[in-house]
Design a protein around this ligand. Structure first.
Ligand code: ADP
Ligand code: ZN
Ligand code: ZN
Length: 726
């Protein structure tokens, strides 16, 4: 008996696994997924059994030394998926396998689940002064602090807490539950809309026919996609199978966990990155043990250890966070499609702004297209007005807000309605420039301008976290003409406060949400504040359902257009459509104002017209002309090194190797310096490879990589189906 074993080596290899002889005494015991000890190049290493077979093509394999652990959740189907990931994303086999076996499961042994203290609902009688003090804190901050934090904040010993617990005044719950208990959404719609019903009917028909082509659910913002997912999941569970729902950055959308929890209770397991390792591990065990049969989580949830998932839903499938930006650089959407294929499951990709790739597949029949064209309850999509900021400037308005936006926000305030102002740049000023000599303050480690943060009074690099003092004179010519330019959310907040002194203003960006729980608190505070104004980065565009928001202002629609990427137009269209979709989700109609210097840009025009079809058609033509996805796969290869010439030489010799025997239709662009030519002290060169036959290209690419010296290969990053080309 032969076992194909994934050896724990941090390098790319030619094969998925290596063959080892199974010693006779292990033959009845060994199974796929088991952990074993083997020797590799005369070293002892750990490995995982991927396959068991009768013989080997290799002449003389060595034997497995011993079996160290039996695992039940890694099955031959997970192995098939892991092998696909290894080949598709050119990563070491063990890295692919680790996706199924996240590190927090191992770490959890040391880390304990954090329990948060909250009132139990019962009123305790006769409390001592210290007990009262502690109890007041807990009442005022329900499920916010752990036991130790409460004790510390009140300066009391743990016996005070014990007394409160004994009196039945305090209870503890895990922070995941606390996070969901913030808002349990119990309103189940009485009737589905006709469109929702017809989508579900189509889906049911596909299911009965055994048609498991992936389905693309293209539904405008506010069309009730979540309810459709829920019904699909219910159907799947009724058939005895399980479900996975992924959302981009789950920490940003607490609402959806609330909805799913209220509908599925303890059958639901939630995984998200803000949970402690212990919490995640315990959820993970509930899934692996069969106690939970619905998993809701970010991209990594596609690897959840469910035995027989019948449906995988990828909500907001266009979202960039589905791409993992470190090794293995997998795309959760594509992994979901593959996993569904292996498991015979349905996959549903949902979005108001589908990626060009997915919509293309839906229009040529590879995917099934399901559509929701109208909002629920006869609500209208908001009217969108484009405001040409060049005209605004000509007419003498040099402020951040156009007159139209000022007026709209003012009207919303007067009606006790809410507004959202979107600006995709955090900080106060986004660059610092000397008017005397033209010098702009750059990060010492990266080739980017530093952002000024008012609160911390520092110049910060958003790529490497460098922090420096803000200069008062020019570091180069010592003049006093140093000036701060460029608008960030921090300054926008300040401007809004001076324009609308009577409004409650909330700011949501990475700086205001870094503390655990801060994001959810912000959302709740804003939701409950009449006439509130929410200012924020793309965090405010993500799937929120605030019924009282009637005005959405986009301060600068152009920021994402200026990114160096063939996806800039698509990303801008998606961002604008998504943020516009936050307006008018309640009974009152919504209004959107897009401030821009590019009022004729198709991404801006089509977003304003809620016109996906026109945008798609125009963008597709361009992509075809230039052989960009969906007409090719883009592979971005970056060489980075502390030495500029080493980085350049390495990519040049890589390009030479690549060109030899390259598949005929493939196209290489570059090598050239990367958009961020220096990052964290490393110089960066890159080349783009447009692949027409991905499998052929990947085989060739693997050969080229294996032919390089390992030290050279280490300085290269290969990103297949690259989303961000910075
Ligand atoms: P989407 O994800 O498509 O933008 P949501 O799923 O957030 O939309 O739904 C928008 C709102 O419509 C939610 O508040 C939801 O409760 C409500 N809703 C969903 N289906 C119905 C229905 N059939 N009737 C009335 N309201 C509905
Ligand atoms: Zn100067
Ligand atoms: Zn930096």
């Amino acid at each position: 008996m032969i076992a194909e074993v994934i050896v724990d080596l941090p390098v790319l290899t030619g094969e998925f696994g290596f063959d080892y002889i199974v010693p006779p005494y292990l033959e009845t015991e060994i199974a796929v997924g088991d952990e074993v000890d083997v020797t590799f190049n005369r070293r002892h290493v750990k490995g995982i059994v991927a396959r068991l077979k009768g013989d080997s093509v290799y002449a003389d394999p060595s034997a497995i030394t011993c079996l160290t652990r039996h695992d039940t959740f890694l099955c031959s189907r997970s192995m098939e998926l892991a092998e696909w990931i290894t080949r598709r994303y050119l990563c070491p086999s063990m890295d692919a396998l680790r996706l199924f076996y996240p590190s927090y499961i191992e770490d959890a042994v040391q880390k304990q689940t954090v329990l948060l203290a909250g009132p139990s609902g019962a009123t305790p009688d006769r409390l001592t002064v210290l007990q009262q003090k502690l109890y007041d804190l807990i009442l005022a901050n329900p499920f916010r602090f752990s036991r130790a934090e409460c004790n510390r904040l009140c300066g009391v010993s743990s016996s005070v807490m014990d007394a409160l617990v004994k009196k039945g005044a305090v209870q503890f719950i895990t922070s995941d539950e606390a996070y969901v208990s913030l808002r349990l959404n119990n309103d189940i719609p009485e009737r589905l809309t006709d469109e929702q019903q017809s989508v579900l009917d189509t889906f049911e028909a596909l299911r009965l026919q055994g048609d498991i082509r992936p389905a693309l659910l293209h539904g405008v913002t506010g069309s009730g996609k979540t309810e459709v997912y829920i019904r699909m999941v219910e159907k799947t569970l009724a058939c005895g199978r399980q479900a996975i729902i992924t959302v981009p950055e789950i920490g940003l959308t607490p609402q959806i966990s609330g909805i799913f929890r209220s509908r599925f209770g303890q059958r639901l397991a939630v995984l998200h990155s803000a949970m402690s390792a212990g919490e995640r591990a315990s959820e993970w065990r509930r899934i692996a043990g069969g106690d939970a049969d619905i998993v809701l989580g970010p991209r990594s949830a596609v690897f959840a250890p469910l035995r027989d998932p019948g449906i995988i839903v990828i909500d907001e499938e266009h979202d960039q966070s589905y791409k993992q930006e470190n090794c293995p650089r997998y795309h959760a959407r594509d992994v979901a499609v593959k996993r569904a294929e292996i498991y015979g499951a349905h996959v549903v990709l949902g979005s108001a702004t589908p990626s060009l790739e997915s919509y293309h597949k839906a229009s040529n029949g590879c995917y099934v297209l399901l559509e929701l064209k109208k909002r629920v309850a006869d609500r209208e999509l908001p009217g969108v007005e484009i405001i040409d900021m060049r005209e605004e400037l000509k007419s003498g308005n040099r402020r951040v807000f156009s007159l139209g936006l000022m007026q709209a926000v003012r009207e919303a305030l007067d009606d006790d309605k809410q507004s959202i102002l979107f600006l995709n740049r955090r900080g106060y000023s986004t660059f610092v420039l000397c008017r005397g000599c033209g010098y702009s303050v750059q990060c010492p480690n990266c080739s980017v301008s530093l952002t000024y943060h008012l609160k911390s009074r520092t110049l910060t690099c958003h790529h490497c976290d460098y922090k420096g003092k803000a200069p008062e004179t020019c570091p180069k010519c010592a003049s006093h003409y140093i000036r701060y330019f460029g608008l960030g959310t921090e300054k926008l907040e300040e401007s809004a406060a001076s324009e609308f002194p009577d409004a409650a203003i909330f700011r949501m960006d990475r700086d205001t949400t870094s503390r655990k729980g801060a994001h959810q608190e912000l959302i709740e505070a804003f939701r409950n504040k009449r006439g509130g104004i929410l200012i924020g980065t793309q965090m405010v565009t993500k799937g929120h359902d605030f019924p009282d928001v009637t005005v959405v202002g986009v301060i600068a629609a152009d920021i994402s257009l200026n990114v160096e990427s063939f996806r800039a137009g698509e990303k801008t269209f998606q961002l604008l459509t998504q943020v516009a979709g936050r307006a008018g989700r309640g009974s009152a109609a919504g209004k959107v104002l897009l401030q821009t210097y590019n009022p004729e840009h198709p991404a801006v025009l089509c977003a304003a017209g809620h016109d996906y079809a026109t945008f798609y058609a125009a963008e597709l033509l361009q992509r075809e002309e230039l052989s960009y996805p969906p007409f090719s796969h883009i592979i971005n290869i970056v060489s980075s090194d502390q030495s500029q010439s080493a980085a350049g030489d390495r990519i040049a010799s890589f390009a030479d190797l690549l060109r030899r025997e390259m598949p005929e239709d493939d196209i290489i662009i570059g090598p050239a310096p990367a958009a961020i030519a220096r990052l964290k002290g490393h110089y960066r060169w890159h080349l783009l490879l447009k692949s027409m036959q991905l499998e052929t290209t990947l085989k060739h690419l693997r050969q080229v990589l294996l032919a390089m010296r390992q030290s050279d290969r280490k300085g290269l990053v290969v990103d297949v189906d690259s989303e961000s080309m910075l």
